[in-house]
Write a protein that binds this ligand. Sequence first.
Ligand SMILES: Nc1ncnc2c1ncn2[C@@H]1O[C@H](COP(=O)(O)OP(=O)(O)OP(=O)(O)O)[C@@H](O)[C@H]1O
Length: 770
Amino acid sequence: MDEARRSEQHYLTRLYGRLDALRGETQERLDSVLAATGLGHQGLAERDVAAAELARRLNRLESAETGLCFGRLDMRDEERRYIGRIGILDGSAECEPLLIDWRAPAARPFYVATAVSHENVRRRRHIRTRGRQVIGVQDEELEGTAEISGDGALMDALLDALDAARTGRMSDIVATIQAEQDEIIRSPHAGVLVVQGGPGTGKTAVALHRAAYLLYTHRERLARSVVLVIGPSPTFLRYIGDVLPALGETSVLTATVAELFPGVRAVGAEPSATAELKGRPVMAEVIAAAVAARQGPSGEEGFEVPHEGSVLRLGPEECRRLRDTARSWRLPHNEARPLVHELFLDALAHRHAERYGTDVIDGSSLLTEADLETIRAELDGSREVAAALEEFWPLLSPQRLLAELFSSPARLAAAAPGLTPAERALLLRGPHRRWTPADVPLLDEAAELLGSDDSAARAAAAAEREERVRLAQEALDVALGSRGTDIEDDVDPGEAEELSPFDLVDAETLAERHEERDHREQARRAAADRTWAFGHVVVDEAQELSAMAWRLVMRRCPARSLTIVGDIAQTGDPGGAPSWERMLAPHVGRRFRLAELSVNYRLPAEIAEVAAHVLRRIDPARTAPRAVRATGVRPWRCAVPPERLTGAVAECAARECAGQGAGLVGVIAPAARLPELRAAVADAAPAGRVEVLDPRTAKGLEYDAVLVVDPDGIVAESPRGLSDLYVALTRATQRLGVVHSGRPPADLPPLRRVAAEELRAAGPPASGRG
Ligand SMILES: Nc1ncnc2c1ncn2[C@@H]1O[C@H](COP(=O)(O)OP(=O)(O)OP(=O)(O)O)[C@@H](O)[C@H]1O
């Protein structure tokens, strides 16, 4: 072991010693807090707050175990800073920092300093560890130019990370964040930041590290309001699910757009043309018209209410007046309903009163106000009147509104006059069909216009909050009472040296603190509340969101603090974005910052070249990201007879698993081929090593080796075929093979040919180096 490694090992051992000590202390304090008994209201509340805080600290200390320290900065003024996953102080009275959290401003030069812009750094040291052992030390001298390998000099740590076998779960990149990524991660919290970058440029990694950075920098605010991370599919969310917990962050909710309407599981399927139509902005008008159509009778119709054996009739003019008055309140439909109820009863009561005749002299009613009140009360208790009100201005859930709209050609025709009959036919469905992902933004739109009749829930919440404030007040009173005994009688309490809880917080604040006891609980509450205002929203694979989905997302973030990452060239959804400008204009105009990532960390140069060929066909104006490394392994293709295709793919997948450092294999094929491919692969390959999926599901994921099956079929099957092929070709970190029947795939460049027999022979076809 050389001297540098030995000295870093010494320091690392000291760091772990301190980490163990801190964990021990925190665990002990947590145990003793939890063991406390015989506590009153105040004591219990304080115990809960303290226990949650200690549990959070323990979790952070535990998540720092792997890769605790990964860097050192030697500053020009001789200061030395160690950089790691968390900040650690030594136990001395001076509280000297032993380790600096990667997110702290003092750590920033580790990621951005160069020889030209040295940020006061003399030397940057990368420390590679395995467990608690130092396995490598690499220095970059930023003084003079002798040992600088230039911008983007590849560190062993970065190469190790890029070459490591994939596990099916994304890892964090704190040790190797690159300068262009760091700039995005630390970009200010406010406003909308769009990160555009080709496949593998680290958009997802950057977005997640940005979430961790923002939570660190604005913890008070964001931990309470929760950060929402939106991804394209549950598979993708599982793939990224370890990153933020590994960084010690739990105040995060991850979800697909389809999961953002509490109480609805949107798992139904529908033709892509229907999904595309449901995503268009015109659907907002359709939903608004559908709500309006449920507010009183339309046109020249009046309204008849059976009552006591006869009929009370409201004329069209009266109905219109009633409806216009109700709409002028600008309340959501359901929230206007109690007031509509009052107007409705008034109108019926007058109609009823007219039967008793009017004064011949002045035409006024012969009934007194008290008589009218009695009639009104009678009407109010009548079941027939209640049924009539329900028809006049029904209580509507978003689900009911949409189900009744989409199952009625007449309702659809009235609400969507701008759509063609063929388009309206696409929307028609049975009343009990399952909700689809494209329905969710429409349900949300409807919920917004309908409002909820949540008076009961709101009353319960208000009562609960009042109770909390009362308990907190009681606790403060007790504290104030006990302080009184400690203060000498003639001392003004305002001047007492000893601060009491009352001086620091009021009952409301204390109640709020109790509310946010556990941030994890906070994320669960956010998940269950459609109207939750998230403190920051990260949208990954954002190019896939439809116009209607964006309306939903923006509602979840009234503060408009968003990080939006994606790649326009990968847009596969027919309703997805043609450009960031068009997508965001309705919500923020041009007020967004655009950052671009230009380096491809996933694909080796050999695969990147194939992908770049397809990208040129999608959009010749786009520049493909520059691959950061080459492996020498050339992508290949193999033509097999159609009846052999499935078998050949299964054999090849099995052989990929057998290769050296094989890792995970992704088989990406047209959706129609998946069932049969899955069955064949399950028979041939070891369990858990091969995933068979279509390009849509593969979005955002990565594998060591990828087999793209039937590229022409992929292009033919999907509405934006070339984009889906581009996604499929850009998933491999090491090896890419294409298996097809018939002529060479139309959209691919010439690839090294492999004979069908080779797929069966020993050794992967990907062995062709050079
Ligand atoms: N600075 C880095 N250090 C180590 N690994 C990195 C770095 N940046 C990116 N990577 C790795 O590169 C791979 C691609 O990153 P990521 O999935 O974030 O890219 P992406 O731009 O979101 O791709 P796609 O558009 O295909 O979804 C991941 O394995 C990621 O961990």
